[in-house]
Design a protein around this ligand. Sequence first.
Ligand code: OAD
Length: 244
Amino acid sequence: MNSPAPLLAALRTSRHLAVLTGAGISAESGVPTFRDALAGLWARYDPMALATRAAFQRDPKLVWEWYAWRRRLVSQVTPNPGHYALADLAQRVPRLTLVTQNVDGLHQAAGSPEVIELHGNLGRVKCFDEDRIINGWTETGEVPPRCPDCGGWLRPDVVWFGEALPRAALAAAFAAAEGCDLFFSIGTSAVVEPAASLPRMAAERGALLVEVNPETTPLSDAASWSLCGPAGLVLPALLAAAWP
Ligand code: OAD
C-alpha cells in the first residue's frame, strides 16, 4: 500500500491524535461485526429482542445467554495487527486518545493505554436494578445470576439501544474530538450516534480526518484520506511508512 506523503507528514507531526474504532477493527480477530449483510450479528439476530432493557425484562435468560455466548467468543480470540498498530502508535505521538465502540477488550489486550469505552465491556456485569458494577457473584445455576447485594438480576455492563452512554466516557470522547488535530475513524459504519458525530465534529473543528475501512461509509466523502482496506493491513503499513 502506498501511503500519501501529506498523510505521513500529518501523522508524524500530530500533537493530539484521536482514534474512533468500531467492530471492523476486531473483524480480523474473528469477532463478527454488526451490519455485515451475511455474517453480521444484526443480520442473524434481532437487536430489539436482545439488546434493550425491555428485551431483558421480557426474557432475561435469553439475553444473558446471548451475551454469555459473545463473552465466550471474545475470550477465545486475540488482538490482530490493527490493534497492535494502535498500541504502537500511542508510543509515537505526543498524545493519542483511543475511543472505541467495541465491548471486546481487545485494545486493552493489545496494550493500548487508557481506552475510552463508549458502549461498555462484555467482561463486566452490573446490577439491573441498581446500575452498579459487581465484581463477582455466586454461581447457583440460576440464569441470569443474582446480585450479591440486592438479589436482583445481573446484566452485562454494555449499552443497550435506548440507553444513555456512560457520561464520563462520552465527555472525554467529545473533548478529544474537539481538541485533536488528526482524527482516525477505523472499522466503523459511522451510523450509530452519538459516536458517529465524533469524526464530524473533529473535522468541523479543523482536524484532518482519516478513514480506514474496506467499504465506503457516510463519512468517506468528508475524510481527507479514505484508506480502503482491512485495518490489520492498512495500519501496520501506515506506521511502517511513517516511521521507517
Ligand atoms: P458495524 O457492523 O456497523 O460496521 C463495521 C464496519 O467495519 C463496516 O463499515 C465494515 O465495512 C468495516 N470493516 C469490516 N471489516 C473490516 C476490517 N478488517 N478493517 C476495517 N474495517 C472493517 O459496526 P460498528 O460501526 O462498530 O452498538 O457499529 C456501531 C455500533 O452499532 C456497535 O457498537 C453496536 C451496534 O449496534 C451497540 O451495541 C450499542
